[in-house]
Design a protein around this ligand. Structure first.
Ligand code: GDP
Length: 369
């Protein structure tokens, strides 16, 4: 039987089966290490961290994550929950409320670059705060940033710099919110850290966290991304995930509708107009999501026939779960949310029914635009 080889960076058993799990090393490299009987092998994640200052995500299960959170309660720390503005309710970590304790907690809303140019930051922040409060979370501050486009990072970095004078900073978040992109961007911007990483023999990397030393003796701590089946991202194949993940600001598409009409957002979302006047609905979604209007009476049949072809993503046979719906009444101009796909702006006094696979990411908010 093969003997396990341990990564000397993080202590994980090296494996070449799952690039997303701890200890991953491509098969060829692992084979070489075994043949040469080396005792100083790094997994790909530690290798990248060591040589390129790049943080790669690793997935832990929820129990491990809870253990990590538990350890936070006894420490002085700043807790930074990175969330995806396009999948907000699914990326807010509700379990945090039990662990934050007396520690300071801030929310960082990422992917702000996708909002149309005329979006008001104060409205977005108000909505985030309300949602967080509803879940018992009280962020001291909210930042809207784009990690990928490096937008609004300076204010966040200044805040982190100040907070780190007397405590460590823990980054937490669901997978796919852009936490790794953010931490890499922060490392990139804080030149001092970069030097420290390359000069220190190895930053304190363990299986459940990566500690990046700061000049003041404290640490930035990156914790593993948490996966949930309630995120569309975990149900889509990589190609489909790519096509629902917008790279450019969302362009509105407007439909003139009567009750009895339905719009499909690819095969992943559906909105039925049940009651109201003749009016227009505006859809904000990635360009890769095909939009189709049909009659509600024929919508089930249409879906059965065309999902995976006309209605994409999902492409081909990728089964994402049954579309299930929920009714909403708009008391004011509102955005109907399809977490991870986009949203549809609907005027006041309409009754609609929205659908996603197993209702994931459905919701409503006062219109932001
Ligand atoms: P993690 O799982 O939270 O570490 O997320 P990643 O950093 O791997 O990012 C997940 C996906 O979101 C990738 O496809 C990124 O390109 C994308 N992403 C990250 N930050 C941004 C951003 O600021 N804007 C946009 N549009 N996409 C982003």
């Amino acid at each position: 039987m093969d003997e396990d080889i341990i990564c000397i960076g993080c202590g994980a058993i090296l494996q070449s089966d799952d690039p997303k799990k701890a200890g991953y090393l491509p098969a060829s490299a692992l084979e070489k290490a075994k043949n040469e009987d080396s005792d100083d092998v790094y997994c790909k994640r530690c290798f990248r961290l060591r040589h390129y200052n790049e943080i790669m995500p690793v997935d832990l299960n929820n129990d491990d994550f809870l253990a990590l959170l538990n350890s936070l309660a006894t420490k002085k720390a700043l807790i930074v929950n990175v969330v995806d503005l396009f999948d907000f309710s699914n990326s807010l970590l509700s379990s945090l409320k039990r662990f934050v304790g007396d520690n300071e907690f801030i929310l960082v809303g990422n992917k702000f670059d996708l909002f149309p140019k005329n979006s008001r930051q104060s409205k977005i922040k108000d909505w985030m705060r309300q949602e967080a409060n509803r879940m018992g979370l009280h962020p001291k501050k909210i930042f809207l940033i784009s990690a990928a486009r490096q937008k609004n990072l300076d204010a966040l970095i200044e805040y982190l710099n100040k907070a780190s004078e007397d405590r460590d900073i823990y980054f937490v978040g669901m997978t796919n919110v852009g936490k790794s992109t953010l931490i890499n961007a922060i490392i990139d911007k804080m030149g001092d850290i970069q030097n420290l990483i390359t000069t220190s023999r190895f930053p304190g990397t363990t299986l459940d966290r990566i500690e990046i030393p700061l000049e003041n003796g404290h640490f930035l701590v990156d914790t593993p991304g948490i996966m949930s089946n309630n995120q569309l991202a975990t149900r889509l194949n990589p190609k489909d995930l790519e096509s629902v993940s917008p790279k450019k600001p969302l362009k509105p598409a407007t439909f003139q509708l009567l009750p009895g009409n339905t719009i499909f957002l690819g095969g992943l979302g559906r909105i039925d107009y049940l009651k109201g006047e003749s009016t227009s609905f505006t859809v904000y979604a990635a360009r890769g999501v095909t939009l189709h209007r049909t009659k509600t009476a024929k919508a089930d049949e249409f879906y059965e026939k065309h999902v995976g072809e006309l209605l994409v993503p999902p492409t081909g046979e990728n089964y994402v779960g049954e579309l299930k719906g929920q009714e909403f009444h708009t008391d004011y101009k509102s955005d109907l949310l399809f977490g991870g796909i986009g949203f549809v702006t609907v005027p006041k006094d309409c009754v609609v029914k929205t659908y996603t696979p197993d209702k994931i990411g459905l919701g409503i908010r006062r219109a932001l635009i």
